[in-house]
Write a protein that binds this ligand. Structure first.
Ligand SMILES: *[C@@H]1O[C@H](CO)[C@@H](O)[C@H](O)[C@H]1NC(C)=O
Ligand SMILES: *[C@@H]1O[C@H](CO)[C@@H](O)[C@H](O)[C@H]1NC(C)=O
Ligand SMILES: *[C@@H]1O[C@H](CO)[C@@H](O)[C@H](O)[C@H]1NC(C)=O
Ligand SMILES: *[C@@H]1O[C@H](CO)[C@@H](O)[C@H](O)[C@H]1NC(C)=O
Ligand SMILES: *[C@@H]1O[C@H](CO)[C@@H](O)[C@H](O)[C@H]1NC(C)=O
Length: 951
């Protein structure tokens, strides 16, 4: 049912005026909060500085001569003046790594043999047969065993006999002749072939021979490249062992594995061959070797070179000699690494530690935004703004833009600063990629904070959980995602699935940027370019797609949940979710209950209440616009929880409130006043019935009602850091005031509630006393052109002076508004309200002008008399004589209170009788009073409760 004439009166505030109001409020809020903002911006700067300092220290350290290619002043031309020459020959081992190596040295190819203490010996398992016993380990003379097998044992054994050549070591003059021998080492290999560690370490080289004369060793000078050393060369017995199958060899090596620290049970073999079906026509060999002898402890590249080439060459040579005789040789003389440019030792710390740090920096905005949103929710400011006409649209746009600007500025500063102090992470990668990546992520993050905010109602909880989330997810991303990507074993598509979690996708993006940056500083490549997104190992493209898709999906979800939870019907989106998941089974039952309850109510109704109901029916039929508020059988049922029965807080209230009237609602605590107001201001939805404000239904058109409504809630809902004036300006702007009319209205309103005094208007609200906040709340409810104003106990906690000025303000405002106020102060009710109603247990007990009510429910004088207790009966007799129908209402140790009906009492008679009575009995005190509103209230409340108990 709409009343078109009334509807025209309330013009909704324009979108721009709402936006303008909110923007200005936020700017002020931000200005007050600038310390926090500065601190926020300092965090990335601080972290960048730390990163850069650490990077400088590392660079500085790596740039020291210790790590630079060694140089020496050499007399090159033999002229006596020396020239600085750099090169590997002048470098220490640490320096050598950065020297250019135009001509790498060649090294004799070696075979890998186990360390003496681990070489295989005889044991009780029956596997290691044909070996010497453990005693050889003490003297370090255990042989390097070489098990072999093959289809033709004769052939295999003959080939193996040529593997080790016998040549006395004393013959060895210098290392060049070593290549014709089978040389071995027990030192693990390195990642490059520039230096053969076997020649630089202290361990001896071995010559593998069929038989060794004990202590057969020589020391030869070795000069290769920069290495210039005396090298001990020892004889080592190479022991070929026939095994009747490849499976036996397998078992043997499996059993010999080095598991613990002690040499017990360890039996390592040097190498094993399986000749398979080899014969004179073809050679078919399979070599078993231990690849763990790579040097895995060398960190940047954990792959050492395997010494396998010489073992294969040796067995091939043995086969050729078996076919052609010992004069034919096929030897592998040397191996040689490829030449290399000069390099500088670098380590890009920001690229390695960066992703985690930067993830935290970016995610730090999340708790900040969340706090902002939840703060307004916790203090019900969002609802308050909504009740004063702020739509969800402008709210979202302003906050979204506001957060976007905040985040963008924050990140731009971060990137600029990072670039200025020279972090490769920012400098090297394409800025447009960084921009797109960061920008899309902060958009997602803003949506996430909107979404998350709907689940929280307390700032502290939200903050704690948000910080825990960003630190936890950062660490998790740092360990999980990094390991998964680098390990290469985790399926790629599962990594992509994991990246649906925003923290992980952020980390992945940062990780990729970091990888490109560190590769760039190692190899001089440019950083990430758009074309690199096509590289399938680069996760950036997936990350961007995931972020943007997620943003598209979550934006409407967040908007819906936020809308649903901001209406105020439900406290949080948890319950919205619950409501979505299951339909409330009690919903159906309520309507049934409602009808049943209705019938009972009508029978008990008093004449004034039923007349009000008549008026309501009439007004609704005529569609009269002179009534601002019309309530038609408004009911509210609260579902019983934890086994409690359902309770009707409001039981069918019907009211018609003309324009310019102030209606006071009185009632004891828990009478349903606040529930009634909550329904009227859209906090809760009525269970049944309806109300029309300015012709709009509160069931369907609440949004339109907000435009012409003012609310002074029971608890002050104010921003701590805004001043009173700023509050009024904000709400004034929301109500379409602007320019000088706004200033005038604000000034007026401040004066009316006595807040101009002593600069109170320009103090921040957190410095206000409770009374000042209360007065500000009333001023807010009255500012602008609110046609209907609700005030829930406006004057609680006010001193008498402020109360007076507040009353004046309300009285003044009353002229062109309808006001509904609840109060516990009868004085206030009588002073302000044109009509009063008393509400008990959810239903109206009476309604009318204060004088009428007093006349109706009063109609008696109250006589109070205090005597000593033994004269109580005399007092009673006196009263009965004055008025036989007097009622005793109060009695306590000598003090008695009687109600004397006005029609059979004359005041003069009472005075005379008491004067006479005082001559006989000692009267301590006495008084005669007319009925007050308070008496009416007590009486009505009591009467209603006792009739409730009777029924
Ligand atoms: C095994 O090899 C030897 C030597 O080459 C050859 O004489 C003999 O015929 C081979 N045996 C078989 C069964 O092929
Ligand atoms: C060892 O020395 C002897 C004589 O000095 C020489 O005849 C022989 O060829 C040498 N053997 C090797 C393998 O160099
Ligand atoms: C392998 O040879 C051993 C004797 O050296 C023998 O006891 C064993 O049965 C043989 N195993 C196979 C599978 O031929
Ligand atoms: C292979 O070498 C590693 C050490 O380099 C050792 O721990 C392991 O036991 C060896 N395995 C076998 C089967 O000898
Ligand atoms: C592995 O290589 C590193 C660096 O080259 C070296 O310091 C370390 O001693 C090597 N480890 C072994 C077991 O040889």
């Amino acid at each position: 049912m709409e009343q078109p004439s009334a509807a025209a009166a309330s013009r909704p505030p324009s979108f721009t005026s709402q936006t303008n109001a909110l923007l200005r409020k936020n700017l002020i809020f931000q200005k007050r909060n600038r310390k926090g903002t500065i601190r926020l911006i300092i965090v990335p700067i601080y972290l960048c500085v730390i990163l850069s300092v650490i990077q400088r220290v590392i660079n500085n350290e790596l740039d020291k001569p210790k790590y630079r290619c060694g140089c020496k002043c050499v007399d090159v031309n033999g002229t006596g003046s020396c020239q600085n020459v750099c090169g590997i020959q002048y470098s220490t081992l640490d320096q050598a790594a950065s020297c250019p190596i135009p001509n790498p040295p060649k090294w004799p190819a070696l075979v890998q043999v186990p360390l003496p203490e681990y070489r295989a010996v005889q044991d009780s398992s029956g596997l290691f047969t044909g070996l010497s016993d453990e005693s050889c380990r003490k003297s370090q003379t255990c042989p390097a065993s070489v098990p072999f097998t093959g289809a033709n044992r004769t052939l295999s054994t003959s080939v193996m006999q040529n593997l080790f050549t016998s040549s006395p070591l004393s013959n060895l003059s210098d290392y060049t002749s070593i290549s014709s021998l089978l040389l071995g080492t027990d030192v693990p290999g390195t990642s490059t072939g520039f230096i053969e560690p076997a020649f630089t370490s202290d361990r001896p080289l071995y010559v593998l021979q069929p038989q060794c004369i004990s202590a057969d060793s020589v020391t030869v000078p070795v000069t290769i490249g920069a290495v210039n050393a005396q090298k001990e060369i020892k004889c080592l017995q190479g022991l070929p062992l026939w095994r009747n199958s490849s499976a036996t060899i397998n078992k043997e090596t499996f059993k010999g594995y080095r598991k613990g620290k002690t040499a017990e049970g360890i039996n390592e073999i040097a190498i094993a061959y399986d000749f398979q079906d080899s014969n004179e026509k073809h050679f078919n060999v399979l070599a078993l070797y231990n690849s763990t002898y790579q040097n895995v402890s060398y960190v940047p590249m954990p792959f050492g070179l395997l010494r396998i080439s010489r073992s294969l060459n040796a067995v091939s040579n043995a086969y050729i000699q078996f076919l052609q005789g010992s004069s034919v040789k096929m030897l592998l003389d040397f191996t040689k690494e490829m030449p290399k440019q000069a390099t500088r030792l670098t380590f890009d710390f920001s690229a390695v530690a960066g992703p985690l740090f930067f993830e935290w920096i970016v995610a730090l905005l999340f708790p900040v935004m969340l706090t902002y949103l939840v703060y307004e929710k916790q203090h019900k400011l969002r609802t308050m703004m909504k009740m004063h006409g702020l739509g969800d649209g402008p709210y979202w746009i302003i906050y979204y833009m506001y957060f976007l600007i905040l985040s963008t500025v924050y990140l731009i500063l971060f990137v600029i600063f990072g670039s200025i102090i020279g972090l490769n992470f920012f400098k090297i990668n394409d800025y447009s990629i960084q921009f797109v990546f960061f920008f899309s992520f902060i958009n997602l993050q803003i949506v996430l904070s909107f979404l998350t905010a709907t689940f929280f109602s307390k700032v502290n909880t939200a903050q704690a959980i948000a910080y825990l989330y960003i630190f936890g997810s950062g660490l998790m991303a740092g360990s999980l995602i990094r390991n998964f990507i680098e390990g290469g074993k985790f399926p790629r598509h599962w990594i992509t699935v994991l990246e649906i979690i925003p923290a992980f996708s952020l980390y992945r993006g940062l990780y990729e940027l970091g990888q490109y940056a560190s590769r760039a500083s190692e190899t001089g490549n440019p950083g990430m370019r758009w074309s690199d997104l096509n590289d399938h190992t680069n996760g950036m493209r997936d990350v961007l797609i995931i972020i943007i898709l997620e943003w598209l999906v979550l934006l409407p979800v967040a908007y819906y949940l936020d809308h649903a939870s901001s209406v105020g019907h439900r406290p949080s989106s948890l319950s919205v979710l619950k409501r979505l998941l299951k339909k409330d089974p009690t919903r159906r039952r309520i309507t049934v209950n409602g009808v049943a309850d209705n019938d009972v109510q009508i029978e008990m109704e008093k004449p004034d209440i039923s007349q009000e109901r008549e008026t309501v029916i009439q007004v609704l039929q005529q569609q009269s616009s002179s009534y601002a508020v019309v309530c038609d059988g408004l009911k509210k049922l609260y579902y019983g929880r934890d086994g409690n029965p359902d309770k009707f807080a409001v039981k069918g209230v019907s009211l018609a409130l003309p324009n310019g009237e102030c209606l006071g609602i009185l009632g004891p605590n828990g009478a349903g006043k606040s529930s009634f107001i909550s329904m009227m201001i859209g906090f809760v939805k009525p269970t049944s019935g309806n109300a029309f404000v300015q012709g709009f239904s509160i069931q369907n058109d609440m949004e339109k009602i907000y435009n012409s409504m003012g609310v002074c809630p029971q608890n002050d809902m104010l921003w701590e850091t805004l001043t009173g004036r700023e509050h009024l300006q904000f709400y004034g702007r929301l109500k379409s005031l602007s320019g000088s009319s706004l200033d005038i209205a604000v000034e007026e309103s401040l004066r009316s509630v006595n807040l101009l005094h002593g600069g109170a208007a320009d103090k921040q609200v957190k410095k206000y006393s409770g009374g000042m906040k209360r007065r500000l709340s009333v001023a807010i409810s009255l500012i602008g052109d609110a046609k209907v104003v609700y005030m829930d106990e406006p004057s609680t906690g006010l001193d008498p002076a402020s109360r007076k000025s507040l009353w004046n303000a309300v009285k003044q405002a009353k002229q062109d508004r309808a006001i509904i106020l609840t109060t516990h102060s009868m004085e206030e009710a009588e002073a302000l309200c044109d009509r009063l109603c008393i509400m008990v247990d959810g239903s109206l007990q009476c309604i009318g002008r204060p004088k009428e009510l007093i006349a109706r429910y009063g109609g008696y004088y109250v006589l109070t008399m205090t005597t000593t207790p033994e004269f109580e009966q005399d007092v009673e007799n006196l009263v009965r004589k004055l008025s036989p129908s007097a009622r005793k209402v109060y009695h306590l140790s000598g003090t008695q209170k009687y109600e004397l009906p006005k029609q059979d009492t004359r005041i003069a008679d009472v005075f005379m009788a008491v004067e006479n009575f005082k001559k006989r009995v000692e009267v301590q005190a006495w008084g005669l009073a007319d009925t007050t509103m308070e008496d009416v209230f007590v009486k009505v409340a009591k009467g209603a409760q006792s009739s409730e108990e009777l029924s």
